[in-house]
Design a protein around this ligand. Structure first.
Ligand code: SD4
Length: 327
């Protein structure tokens, strides 16, 4: 074996053993360390474009990743045409819009709200939970009470269109979570700023027509979002129950710590979801990750997951995830 390939082989083995030796995709170890860009922001789905635009205004002027992701996800949260996030989000089966969100920075500070009603920007409430309370998560009435105490307004989040769709749904009342097909869903945003600091935010109205009280992965630190300032950040979109079962975003970050590229780490997390679920019908999950070097990547169970990325080099653009084609 010639020296170079022997070195690569040894490198590959050590990464594989650290990761539990179940990882076929070790292209990162073979290719050497990829170089990324700073600042940079990635956000899930087509509505990621608007989020990135708002976040980039902050990042390009030397602002923080934390401010960028918060400002970014507030865009779809406030848009009544986005039917899966914030104002205008589809309600649960009782016709109530209940929102989940969380935010995390490079120092492992984090805040979350779940089952929050009547407040348009759950991500900003989550940030205040992080900054102004000794807690990480507030839910339901308590979260709303806290939001009101911080000056947020009580608003009806059920738009006329969402109400009509819900009335229509009630005729059959069939719970069929059809996720990611219309190419707009939960928003997760990850950013690295010019200082090299990472942050992430995730916000959603959750699965349409869910049981009243259901909370998904999006406000759960380690499931819908995880950031380790020394390693990288990851977020998830799709069937939250599957992401919670596998501690999805925490796993993606842990795999990056062990040397996997963001894309390979996401792929491995998707494989675990596939491995742990017998019935994969409609079970779409997509992960998106960004490491400390500004390298990003994603992967999903089925085709259709995409994200927006913005940096100094290429502007704001959409990219499609690779996905598992057979198993
Ligand atoms: C949830 N993960 O509540 C969210 C929904 C979602 O793409 O991301 N859909 O389960």
């Amino acid at each position: 074996m010639e020296n170079n390939s022997r070195r690569n082989f040894i490198k590959k083995l050590s990464v594989a053993s650290l990761a539990g030796a179940s990882i076929p995709a070790l292209s990162f170890a073979m290719e050497g360390k990829a170089k990324g860009n700073k600042p940079l922001m990635v956000s899930t789905w087509n509505h990621g474009m608007g989020a990135n635009e708002a976040g980039w205004e902050i990042l390009k002027n030397g602002g923080s990743a934390l401010d960028a992701v918060e400002a970014g996800v507030r865009v779809p949260e406030g848009d009544p045409m986005e039917r899966s996030v914030g104002f205008g989000g589809l309600p649960d089966r009782e016709g109530r819009v209940t929102l989940d969100a969380c935010i995390m920075d490079h120092e492992s500070q984090c805040g979350a709200v779940a089952f929050l009603q009547d407040i348009k920007h759950p991500i900003s409430v989550a940030r205040l939970v992080m900054e102004k309370t000794p807690h990480v998560m507030l839910v339901g009435k308590g979260a709303k009470q806290f939001a009101l105490s911080q000056g947020f307004k009580e608003e009806n989040l059920l738009t006329e269109q969402s109400r009509k769709d819900w009335e229509e749904w009630k005729k059959k009342s069939k719970y069929q979570p059809v996720i990611n097909i219309e190419n707009h869903d939960t928003i997760g945003s990850l950013a690295i700023d010019s200082k090299g600091n990472l942050a992430g935010a995730c916000t959603t109205s959750g699965a349409a027509y869910k049981l009243h009280g259901r909370v998904g992965d999006s406000p759960i630190i380690g499931a819908g979002l995880f950031v380790d300032g020394e390693v990288g950040a990851a977020c998830a979109t799709g069937l939250g129950e599957a992401v919670i079962r596998t501690a999805g975003s925490a796993i993606v970050v842990e795999l990056m710590r062990q040397g996997l590229s963001p894309k390979d780490a996401c792929e491995e997390a998707v494989k675990r979801i596939i491995h742990k679920h017998k019935d994969l019908t409609n079970l779409q999950v997509g992960f998106l990750a960004l490491n400390k070097d500004g390298v990003y990547g994603g992967y999903s169970v089925y085709a259709g997951f995409n994200w927006a990325v913005v940096d100094n080099k290429g502007g704001n653009r959409m990219e499609d995830a690779e996905y598992k084609k057979e198993w």
